[in-house]
Design a protein. Structure first.
Length: 492
């Protein structure tokens, strides 16, 4: 294929160079432009007969000085285009055409789950598995946990107790690990020390409260940010609303047209009211049906139940063949149904293929099967599993009624009693906050070792990815146990 090469005058090339990675090839990147201008270019692209670079010269170059990068303010033409298409017509797809990186620092482990609930975004979170929590944030600021005046001095005393217990236990657990796991001859000393420290972090993670602070990086489209902001503003948590204000302020400075609807009463205001009404209705009906009364049930480990399974082997095989076939899926099912078991097994093995590693994902045909699981695990494991995007996850409010376990290794390390003290102090502070009329804030006081109930609804392709990733030896024991149980239930 001989691709057409567009010709530009020297002045046009000077105007294009700061914003396009090349001027003569059919594939190029956009740089040095506000997200709103990039999105507006693509939005206009669909109805413009020429090329994107020509469109920029014809309709957008006057938004900035020729030959210079934009200074971060939106071009006037781009702003008007968004006003007409996004706000006027309600064409939400336009808001998918630009994105931004936002860092949210010093957020609680309660808040990280709200930030990461949206599927259509990318997240990176600082991990309790690799970061020690044994020192204060900074001089005079205390340990790394979320505070609020309404929680009272008892809250800070209880959480300081948890962090003290963590800090005192950490060197003892590291010393135990060093004795229990001597360094192999072929392992470097530095790598061995890191492994021992990670083991200690893993064992003591359950002692940290849900109020523990983390950092989250987000990359998302304007549409995803809009939905995130609406969820945060509808939340009863002060922390969520505070971060909504801060995120919105930054997005207004970076890509204001993408979030213009959020603080308009007739747009975002009505959306937020709708979300709150839906939440209130769910609470009313759970109370009416008596489903709000938690039953004390303290399993010794994770509990995984397969609630339902959809699809069968015929559906799987036919779906794996569908894109190569020229017939209907119904005919494909009839054909595979007639095969003897040994041929079906061989066919399935070939269609999945020789996978050199877990990143070799099998075809979309596996999405013809679906599983719905109910899981009870500690909150730490839930945090890791909640990060998976290609599934539906719903979770209940973290509370103490499902209990918390104590890792057996802590008995050997001599810190199990201190760990239990922390769990009990955490439970008592949760109860105090509930009795004080602050049930929505009470989960902040609970240790990550307390269990939570949630649902994972996923197809077989995503189940394969999740189970292979989360069952590896390098993973945390809590979510590894869940992954193995998921696999056993599917096999059953």
């Amino acid at each position: 294929m001989d691709y057409p090469a567009e010709s530009f005058t020297e002045s046009e090339r000077d105007a294009l160079r700061p914003h396009f990675t090349n001027l003569d090839r059919p594939v190029f990147g956009l740089v040095g432009l506000p997200e709103t201008v990039k999105g507006a270019l693509f939005a206009r692209y669909s109805r413009y007969q020429g090329t994107l670079r020509r469109l920029y010269l014809d309709e957008f170059a006057d938004a900035g000085r020729a030959g210079e990068a934009f200074d971060g303010e939106e071009g006037e033409r781009a702003r008007k285009l968004y006003e007409r298409i996004f706000l006027g017509y309600g064409d939400d797809s336009v808001a998918q055409l630009g994105g931004a990186h936002i860092a949210c620092e010093w957020v609680s482990n309660v808040m990280t789950k709200l930030l990461q609930r949206g599927r259509l975004a990318a997240y990176l979170e600082q991990s309790t598995r690799y970061i020690p929590y044994d020192t204060p944030i900074a001089e005079g600021l205390g340990y790394r946990y979320w505070r609020h005046p309404s929680l009272g001095p008892e809250y800070e005393a209880a959480l300081d107790f948890l962090f003290d217990a963590y800090s005192e236990s950490l060197p003892r657990v590291e010393a135990w690990a060093a004795e229990r796991f001597p360094r192999p001859d072929d392992e470097p000393e530095a790598a061995h020390r890191r492994a021992l420290r990670a083991k200690a972090f893993d064992l003591l993670r359950g002692l940290l409260p849900a109020a523990s602070l983390s950092h989250v990086g987000i990359f998302a489209s304007g549409q995803a940010y809009e939905q995130l902001l609406l969820r945060l503003y509808a939340s009863p948590l002060p922390e969520a609303r505070d971060y909504a204000d801060m995120i919105l302020a930054e997005l207004k400075a970076m890509m204001p047209s993408f979030v213009a609807r959020v603080d308009r009463p007739e747009r975002g205001g009505e959306w937020i009211s709708y979300l709150r009404e839906r939440s209130d209705a769910a609470e009313r009906w759970t109370q009416r049906l008596g489903l709000d009364r938690a039953r004390r049930d303290e399993p010794t480990g994770p509990v995984v139940r397969l609630l339902s399974a959809e699809g069968d082997e015929d559906a799987l095989l036919a779906a794996l063949l569908f894109e190569a076939a020229g017939t209907s899926e119904e005919e494909a099912r009839s054909a595979v149904r007639a095969l003897p078991p040994d041929e079906r097994a061989a066919m399935l093995a070939e269609l999945v293929g020789e996978r050199g590693n877990r990143r070799h994902r099998p075809g979309r045909g596996l999405e013809a099967l679906r599983y719905r699981f109910e899981v009870v695990s500690d909150y730490g494991a839930f945090r890791d599993l909640q990060r998976h995007r290609m599934l539906t996850i719903q979770w209940q409010t973290l509370g103490p009624d499902l209990g918390a376990g104590v890792p057996e290794e802590l008995e050997d390390a001599g810190v199990a009693d201190r760990y239990r003290e922390g769990l009990e102090r955490s439970r008592a502070e949760h109860a105090r906050l509930v009795e004080a009329g602050l049930p929505e804030l009470a989960p902040y006081a609970l240790c990550l070792g307390y269990r939570i109930r949630y649902v994972l609804d996923l197809n077989a392709r995503e189940a394969m990815h999740l189970i292979e990733l989360r069952s590896g030896r390098e993973g945390h024991p809590a979510y590894r146990a869940v992954a193995h149980a998921l696999h056993a239930e599917i096999a059953r």
